[in-house]
Design a protein around this ligand. Structure first.
Ligand SMILES: Cc1cc2nc3c(=O)[nH]c(=O)nc-3n(C[C@H](O)[C@H](O)[C@H](O)COP(=O)(O)O)c2cc1C
Length: 332
């Protein structure tokens, strides 16, 4: 399969496999790890419009509203309710240095829907289109505006109509690319992601840019999904947590090369160590130890003694305890 270079607006990204937005995970350390393993574009965790607008210049702003120099191009993702707030927050994100703004119309979390945010818009096409229009008009032409959609709010025919209304009008208003997760909002994460729907959408939109998302856990699956659906790219989400090697494995398959062997223990150790260092440089020692426990759970899955390794990562409370875990299990 020939790899097509991915272009979103004026951003030429090349390798068409990006790091998806992942709340609680795609922080600066995970994004840099993804880049080092071959992702040319990454998205931050979703941010609320009111957070973006109210945050000062202090620590919280540094932690979230922050595009690091070494990670361009990097996208920010925005979630909110009112068009004016979306506009002001998107402008602030651009001033902060983000290269692309992604609108989240997909989040299925109950509290989010209850507040009229995220996936709520899948059932409110006119409101979604208004937000797209207002934000697009307010941003500099050089900054692409994209959106994240699910296949509908639920499985009804009205829901599908609403999806296509947001999609078609969105492109007409200047959306540069859509990432589509092939589950409904109601479905949350149950059942399988519907790649037949992704395929239908790609056929319908022709040369406009579509990235697929959903259940991408192996390089072979990604290659197959890309070939079968004709999507322009894919966003790796859960599959990349604790497994950034997936980017390189996909690259090899897309270039027609054999699948590289799974990472050896010393490679795993190097990446886990670097991830910890990046996290600590950013959050400081206390928070980094807590953040990294989450990632340790995922990294451990590649280890032959994964249950024991996982338990040790989870029990690790400090940098020195973490080092002992690496020494014990990743010693070569
Ligand atoms: C823990 C978690 C956090 C997520 N956070 C976001 C987010 O902030 N923004 C977003 O658009 N999607 C978010 N997603 C959805 C993913 O980007 C992706 O679309 C979804 O997980 C399907 O892909 P996967 O099955 O390959 O994980 C999140 C998913 C998970 C599991």
């Amino acid at each position: 399969m020939k790899i097509e270079s991915l272009k979103i607006g004026n951003l030429t990204l090349g390798f068409p496999v990006i790091q998806a937005a992942l709340s609680g995970y795609s922080d600066v350390s995970m994004r840099q790890i993804a880049r080092k393993h071959g992702a040319n574009f990454t998205l931050c965790e979703v941010m609320l419009d009111q957070f973006v607008l109210n945050v000062g210049k202090g620590k919280k702003s540094r932690l979230y509203l922050n595009a690091q120099e070494e990670e361009h191009p990097v996208g920010a993702q925005l979630m909110g309710t009112e068009p004016e707030m979306f506009v002001s927050a998107a402008k602030k994100m651009v001033e902060t240095g983000f290269d692309l703004i992604d609108l989240n119309f997909a989040c299925p979390v109950k509290k989010v829907l209850g507040r009229g945010r995220g996936g709520f818009f899948m059932s409110k096409p006119a409101e979604a289109v208004e937000i797209i229009d207002r934000v697009r008009s307010a941003l500099p032409d050089s900054v692409p505006l994209t959106m994240k959609l699910r296949k509908g709010f639920d499985d009804s025919a009205e829901s599908e109509d609403a999806f296509f209304e947001i999609l078609e009008k969105g492109f007409r208003k200047g959306i540069a690319a859509v990432t589509l997760h092939g589950r409904t909002v109601r479905q949350k994460y149950l059942g399988e992601s519907d790649w037949n729907f992704v395929s239908r959408v790609k056929k319908r939109i022709g040369n406009r840019i579509l990235l697929g998302s959903g259940d991408l856990f192996s390089a072979e699956t990604v290659r197959q999904r890309m070939t079968e659906t004709g999507v322009d790219g894919v966003a790796l989400a859960r599959g990349a947590i604790g497994n950034p090697w997936l980017f390189g494995q996909i690259r090899a398959l897309l270039e027609g090369k054999p699948l590289p062997p799974p990472p050896a223990l010393h490679e795993q150790r190097e990446t886990i160590q670097l991830h910890y260092d990046l996290s600590e440089a950013f959050y400081g020692p206390v928070r980094a130890a807590a953040e990294m426990r989450k990632f340790g759970v995922y990294y451990s899955r590649l280890h032959p003694d994964h249950e024991l390794v996982r338990a040790d990562f989870v029990a690790s409370k400090t940098r020195s305890q973490w080092q002992l875990v690496l020494e014990k299990w990743y010693h070569v």
